[in-house]
Design a protein around this ligand. Structure first.
Ligand code: 13P
Length: 294
């Protein structure tokens, strides 16, 4: 069933677990995501960013596929625009049926981030959709942004930001970054900052850059208040490696079988991640409330 992301993440925040948000640009990935969630009896979020839909999966084509598969699923599924930065992209996503959007103003000056987030707040409310924003900036792992403390979310600013924007959840920069880290490296998460952010804000917090962060880090981040974890790179890598192995072992494998191998590998990866972040068997919240946004 398709639900709002707000009700899903409020429940996760109240009950101290996190929901996985997985980037999706194809039918195989979508099936991997939804099948994994159903097998784990877990809520799940389907993500796509403007960069991804422009390069690979036009929204007009992929959203009907998301919505028809999600509507028939037995677990709650939210459809979220990831890293929306323009009014045009966000409006398009809302019109096409997303139940949530992220406005990423994290590279803007603080006041501008507030101003633009408030504009998108009004827009998302018109569509009864939930809104994620980002404060601080989760950068790129290959560029060492995870270690750049100046990019981390400031607690006092975050309090002001939430008071003025009233977003439903906030992506925070606490030491993760997008993409693969240099070989052998695990990011160092600022857990004290996370604890302070959760105590001060008391709303669902989001961790971007969920790939390669290390199981111990992820488990501790969930314990301390992360309720949504975005994952893309590691999932795509799993899908690719499964394809590589299948092609090496069976060079003339049928294309449909090949894609299926990759789908199953991605499903297993997602199932394990769901179990790690505590959302297995968690679709017990009142889904009838899930469609209404407060
Ligand atoms: P990774 O690609 O590092 O998993 O990050 C995904 C993400 O944060 C999408 O918003």
């Amino acid at each position: 069933m398709i639900t709002s992301m707000k009700s899903m993440l409020d429940h996760a925040s109240e009950n101290n677990y996190a929901v996985m948000a997985v980037n999706c640009v194809s039918m195989e990935i979508l099936r991997a995501i939804i099948d994994a969630a159903e097998e784990q009896h877990s809520p799940i979020i389907v993500n796509i960013s403007p960069r991804q839909f422009k390069a690979h999966a036009p929204l007009e084509l992929i959203v009907p596929m998301y919505t028809s598969y999600a509507a028939s699923a037995s677990v709650p599924i939210a459809l979220n625009l990831d890293h929306g930065q323009s009014y045009e992209d966000i409006t398009k996503a809302l019109r096409l049926g997303f139940t949530s959007v992220m406005f990423d103003g994290s590279t803007l000056p603080f006041e501008k981030n507030i101003e633009y987030t408030r504009i998108i707040r009004s827009l998302s409310r018109e569509y009864a959709c939930s809104l994620e924003a980002e404060l601080g900036h989760v950068g790129v792992a290959a560029e060492g942004d995870d270690e750049t403390n100046a990019l981390y979310t400031d607690v006092d600013e975050a309090v002001q930001f939430i008071q003025q924007t009233q977003v439903d959840c906030l992506a925070v920069a606490i030491g993760t970054a997008h993409g693969s880290y240099p070989k052998g490296k695990k990011p160092k998460i600022d857990f004290n900052r996370l604890k302070e952010l959760k105590e001060a804000l008391k709303i669902p917090l989001v961790l971007h850059g969920g790939s390669g962060a290390g199981e111990e880090n992820i488990r501790r981040a969930v314990q301390l208040g992360i309720n949504k974890i975005n994952v893309c790179t590691d999932l795509f890598n799993h899908g690719r490696e499964a394809l590589r192995t299948a092609l090496t072992e069976t060079p003339h494998i049928d294309l449909m079988d090949l894609q299926h191998v990759s789908q199953l590998a991605m499903k297993d990866y997602i199932k394990n991640y769901i179990a790690m972040i505590g959302s297995s068997n968690r679709y017990d919240y009142d889904v009838s409330k899930a469609k209404a946004l407060d």
